[in-house]
Ligand binder design. Structure first.
Ligand SMILES: Cc1cc2nc3c(=O)[nH]c(=O)nc-3n(C[C@H](O)[C@H](O)[C@H](O)COP(=O)(O)O)c2cc1C
Length: 225
């Protein structure tokens, strides 16, 4: 018999995963869904943020490349745009930056409690947005990006060097306005968005798929959960 530390059966209660916003939320009804899925994404983000924190804007970005295969990590969603795109900021030389150069198709997965949005699309550097995105970061974040720049994300750093950096960031009076080469804005233009929520005791779920149709969206289609 396998020894286990925790088991799904001991956690598998819808109530455990319910949060205030899901208690307020009703089921999704096809006729009431917006024609533009970005409005629903923005509404779900706002609902999550009401009870939460900026980190509710985090999503898992899955990329793939011939060399590295599939990889995934969390990033913060900076903009949700009506035209069907979202933005985030990162280092263009990071693993995700390199993967996206090789294969721009990617998937962004948002999850709050028992709600999930999967946005599939194509990602590109968004140079026009980089400076403004950088300037709207809190000052300590801009300072640390500036001071970390010479080391480069993901490189080995000794504990002593790390402690030195922490002290430097704290002591710094810098107020950088120009992004270092290690910070770039990216934009994912969606081709599909899938909304999923599982709020019921019987686990019958709401799952809707929007598919881009030129500049507009096909009407959302309900999918089996
Ligand atoms: C809550 C959270 C938010 C994050 N936001 C970002 C972000 O906006 N941009 C970023 O480059 N990394 C962010 N990270 C760090 C990434 O998950 C990742 O560790 C880093 O970017 C290196 O990823 P890569 O080597 O796959 O490119 C975040 C991590 C967490 C846990």
């Amino acid at each position: 018999m396998q020894r286990w530390l925790s088991r799904t059966s001991s956690l598998f209660s819808v109530r455990t995963h319910r949060r205030n916003w899901t208690q307020r939320a009703g089921g999704l009804v096809e006729a009431e869904l917006p024609a533009n899925p970005m409005l629903l994404l923005d509404e779900w983000l706002a609902a999550a943020l009401q009870d939460g924190h900026i980190i509710e804007r985090g999503f898992v970005l899955a990329t793939s490349s011939a060399e590295e295969g599939p990889t995934a990590r969390t990033v913060v969603c900076r903009d949700v745009c009506e035209d069907g795109s979202i933005t985030f900021g990162t280092n263009p030389n990071s693993l995700k930056g390199r993967s996206l150069r090789d294969e721009p198709r990617c998937e962004a997965v948002f999850r709050w409690g028992t709600r999930q949005v999967r946005l599939r699309g194509t990602c590109a550097v968004d140079n026009d947005n980089t400076e403004e995105m950088f300037r709207t970061l809190p000052r300590p974040a801009r300072v640390s990006l500036e001071l970390l720049h010479p080391i480069g994300q993901g490189n080995d750093v000794s504990e002593a060097k790390h402690q030195e950096l922490l002290a430097d960031v704290e002591a710094s009076s810098l107020d950088p306005q120009t992004p270092p080469a290690t910070f770039t804005a990216y934009r994912i233009t969606a081709s599909t968005l899938e909304f999923y929520q599982s709020l019921r005791e019987d686990f019958i779920v709401d799952r809707f798929l929007y598919v881009r149709d030129g500049a507009a969206w096909s009407p959302p289609v309900r999918l089996a959960g």
